[in-house]
Design a protein around this ligand. Structure first.
Ligand SMILES: [Mg+2]
Ligand SMILES: [Zn+2]
Length: 188
């Protein structure tokens, strides 16, 4: 079983915005999330990020700006003692007919290949939107919804959540995962 956690970005690692996160100034990571990623790394988990960034297709920001946000994210995680092993993003819009925009699983396939894994079955997908969980489901991941970002709204809607576990935030998910791991009680 790969010890892999795949995270959505906006609303999970950093504050989401209905107006898109368009600049480095608007990229506001949650301290608890940075800390949680570091704890996962230190406990031996591999962490990857799968993020829809249709703001690029919409012309709200460019790839260089996105890369600057991701460099900042990596730096904060590294300073906290953690590591993000791979970041996969979809720059396309909803009408571009790509295969990577969640709920499609293309980003997760890219992560699987980048990490040299046979399968993502049993890995965790953590998101604040239904489409994050759907992308994970398509790859056989276990899913967790966090209430940060759009997560509280997603929980309230309630549709399609299926077997997803629900947590207040990434820190709470991490607390749970690392404690149940010791007793093997989180294994399916
Ligand atoms: Mg999100
Ligand atoms: Zn795409």
């Amino acid at each position: 079983m790969p010890q892999l956690v795949i995270l959505d970005r906006d609303g999970v690692i950093n504050r989401d915005s209905d107006d898109y996160v368009k600049s480095l100034d608007e990229f506001l990571p949650y301290p608890q999330a940075i800390e949680a990623i570091a704890r996962l790394t230190q406990a031996g988990w591999t962490v990857a990020v799968a993020t829809n960034q249709s703001g690029i297709a919409r012309g709200y920001y460019d790839v260089d700006t996105l890369e600057a946000m991701h460099t900042e994210m990596q730096t904060l995680v590294n300073v906290a003692g953690g590591k993000i092993d791979h970041i996969a993003y979809c720059p396309h819009g909803p009408d571009d007919d790509c295969s990577c925009r969640k709920p499609l699983p293309g980003l997760l396939e890219r992560i699987r290949d980048a990490l040299g894994l046979e399968t993502l079955e049993g890995s965790w997908m953590v998101g604040d939107s239904l489409r994050d969980l759907q992308a994970g489901d398509a790859m056989g991941c276990q899913s967790a919804l966090v209430r940060t970002g759009k997560g509280a709204r997603t929980e309230l809607k309630g549709t399609g959540l299926g077997h997803a576990r629900i947590f207040d935030d990434l820190a709470a998910f991490t607390d749970w995962l690392l404690s149940c791991e010791k007793t093997a009680s989180c294994h399916y």
